[in-house]
Write a protein that binds this ligand. Structure first.
Ligand SMILES: Nc1nc2c(ncn2[C@@H]2O[C@H](COP(=O)(O)OP(=O)(O)OP(=O)(O)O)[C@@H](O)[C@H]2O)c(=O)[nH]1
Ligand SMILES: [Mg+2]
Length: 218
């Protein structure tokens, strides 16, 4: 990660910041909120406070070659909030499906979460399977790393194990997600939006005349 630079536009400070929506899914208590809290504030709370409905957080990430704004949707694992989730899945380009490595049922249920994502988004989505709570050690473990890896490979998912408690692999998870983000958003801009961006960046005179290249703002 390095200093801020606009995506695909040299050093223009006028370029729009690419925004990506990430939705966190998984059973109750697997650690979705804890992973996000570790990433955002480098904190951990061992007391369980169930997420009610959906929480929203956002963070700018400074990558080697671009800066991205991540919009994080932290969903509730409790059954009673399930009906809220599909619309957030529909809106997200990345789904992070979390299970607890010490809870086999939470791993089994990731199939259901992955199916929900596929049914809303098809293949137009990055899905990462995440096994959390590795700090609990081998005696508590019910799902091996190999099993998680195999499952991810079979379904074409990214895979990572982490511990929100120990702070293990949480930054790496977000870095990995950021590098897998679907291209740079500029590719998805309409011709009109591209023109508007070019005008705002002084690349094009709004009257229609091209400005000399040297005028592109630094
Ligand atoms: N040992 C250990 N405990 C963890 C870890 N991550 C979370 N926990 C604990 O597990 C419990 C549930 O964590 P949450 O982050 O609230 O889980 P959640 O998935 O957001 O739960 P819902 O909001 O109900 O869906 C809390 O008591 C956390 O302290 C971890 O990496 N290791
Ligand atoms: Mg939560």
């Amino acid at each position: 990660m390095s200093e801020s630079r606009a995506p695909g536009r040299g050093s223009s400070s006028m370029a729009p910041l690419a925004k990506y929506k990430l939705v966190f899914l998984g059973d109750q208590s697997v650690g979705k909120t804890s992973i996000i809290t570790r990433f955002m504030y480098d904190n951990f709370d061992r007391h369980y406070q169930a997420t009610i409905g959906i929480d929203f957080l956002s963070k700018t990430m400074y990558l080697e070659d671009r800066t991205v704004r991540l919009q994080l949707w932290d969903t509730a694992g409790q059954e009673r909030f399930r009906s809220l989730i599909p619309s957030y899945i529909r809106d997200s380009s990345v789904a992070v499906v979390v299970y607890d490595v010490s809870n086999r049922a939470s791993f089994t249920n990731t199939s259901k979460w992955v199916e929900d994502v596929r049914s809303e988004r098809g293949n137009d989505v990055v899905i990462c399977l995440v096994g959390n709570k590795t700090d609990l050690g081998n005696d508590k473990r019910q799902v091996s790393t190999e099993e998680g890896e195999e499952r991810a490979k079979k379904d074409g998912l990214m895979f990572m194990e982490c511990s929100a408690k120990a702070g293990y692999n949480v930054k790496s998870l977000f870095r990995k997600l950021a590098t897998a983000l679907p291209g740079n958003n500029d590719a998805k801009l309409t011709a009109f939006e591209l023109f508007a961006v070019a005008v705002a960046s002084n690349m094009v005179d709004a009257s229609g005349k091209d400005a000399p290249l040297a005028n592109i703002s630094a």
